[in-house]
Design a binder for this molecule. Sequence first.
Ligand SMILES: Cc1cc2nc3c(=O)[nH]c(=O)nc-3n(C[C@H](O)[C@H](O)[C@H](O)COP(=O)(O)O)c2cc1C
Length: 158
Amino acid sequence: MIATGVVMVTTRVDDRPWGLTISSCCSASADPPRVLVSLRGQTVSARRIAAEGRFGVSVLSEDLLSAAYRGADTGKPKFIDSFCLPPSRHPHVRTPVIAGAPAHLDCELFKSIDVADHTLFVGQVQTAILMGGKEPLLYFQRSYRALGLWPEDQVCGW
Ligand SMILES: Cc1cc2nc3c(=O)[nH]c(=O)nc-3n(C[C@H](O)[C@H](O)[C@H](O)COP(=O)(O)O)c2cc1C
């Protein structure tokens, strides 16, 4: 119903990178910079984030569709080793980073709030890695989408 971007929330399971594909990610505050994600409670991902006290947010671009599928495979392990940068690339970042992601936010868990069957995790951004020039991956009406350019006659000017 609502068009969204797509991100992967990253953590570690058995000391291996693990990622969950979600769309419920937004800014919670600007100063200090905090982000909010909403995860179904009692999943491996939610339990690991609560236990580790941190999580990563890798924003997905349209060329990272295969990573999005991996992280949305309900009931399956969501190991993402093959999609991640080696930790030596960003030694100060403590969460798995998806290679080629337009942005990655390394967050310390600030607060978690249980809301019925979901948990809202608010993370304080400790490091942001930004890479320009990538087109975002979108999701709308149960399908992944790419950002198409508007035809010229539909561009509104005022
Ligand atoms: C585009 C998209 C957005 C999603 N957004 C969320 C979300 O915001 N929160 C969430 O818990 N699951 C979300 N999911 C579902 C998860 O990716 C995952 O499939 C589901 O939680 C099953 O995880 P499990 O195997 O750990 O049970 C989304 C899936 C897709 C494809």
